[in-house]
Design a protein around this ligand. Sequence first.
Ligand SMILES: Nc1ncnc2c1ncn2[C@@H]1O[C@H](COP(=O)(O)OP(=O)(O)OP(=O)(O)O)[C@@H](O)[C@H]1O
Ligand SMILES: [Mg+2]
Length: 255
Amino acid sequence: MIKIDNLAVEYKHFNSRLLALEGVNLEAEKGETCAIIGPSGCGKTTLLFVLAGLTPFQQGNVIINEEPVRAKRKKTALILQDFGLLPWKNVWDNTALGLKIRGSRPDILEKRVRNILQHLELYKFKDYFPGQLSGGMRQRVAIARALTLRPDLLLMDEPFSALDAITREELQSLLLTIWHERPMTIMMVTHSIEEAVYLGQRILIFSPVPGTIVSDIKNPYFGDPRLRERPEFYTLCHKVRTLLEEGKSNGKKRN
Ligand SMILES: Nc1ncnc2c1ncn2[C@@H]1O[C@H](COP(=O)(O)OP(=O)(O)OP(=O)(O)O)[C@@H](O)[C@H]1O
Ligand SMILES: [Mg+2]
């Protein structure tokens, strides 16, 4: 589904340059979920933007479903860190936005938006505006909008970071349920070790900038909705924490 070969991304800052990503190699299967975790500023958002076709790269190859990455791929959905909701549009219109932009038939749009809003328990609030919703509800609207596109690739940038612990766990479980119903490839950036272990079939640990993958951990416990109650969960969280700390100190030595 995803094949990245020797990717490097450099940004220009007036007279200087900043190498954000270097030597990134990754292959992900269809339906696989990858959690991306690493220090602030190491290029995680940059990688998601590259996969969405929105950031150009100077070196390497990025293939999605056997085609070179491009911005207009219809089955890629991106959920931004700030949810990307339009404050002047209500829940229904915000959810329908992606389908509208893609020129969907009105009857298909109507049916999909209604189904998804009902599924995410938002239908009652369809006339509310983003300013009248809680953070968790706004997050669900952003997820609803992405899911109306029936994506085969879902890119999420720290999707649950602004939420309280319980709402966050509820939405993580909801995402897992949705994935079980309709598996799609998910690339999710997170700063939370627990979230990475709960939602990542694979956990990709990045080095400090220029970011590269320093560990690729297979998570054999992925998919269990009660994983948080198992001792294996804590053992894996501990392993990820140790690798993150090692990556950070190796990065300091490198820089
Ligand atoms: N549009 C841009 N123009 C110039 N530099 C950029 C741009 N976007 C990101 N950068 C730089 O690239 C580096 C990586 O940024 P990026 O946003 O990908 O990091 P991140 O890993 O997502 O960080 P965080 O965890 O804080 O969100 C940073 O040093 C940042 O300053
Ligand atoms: Mg970021």
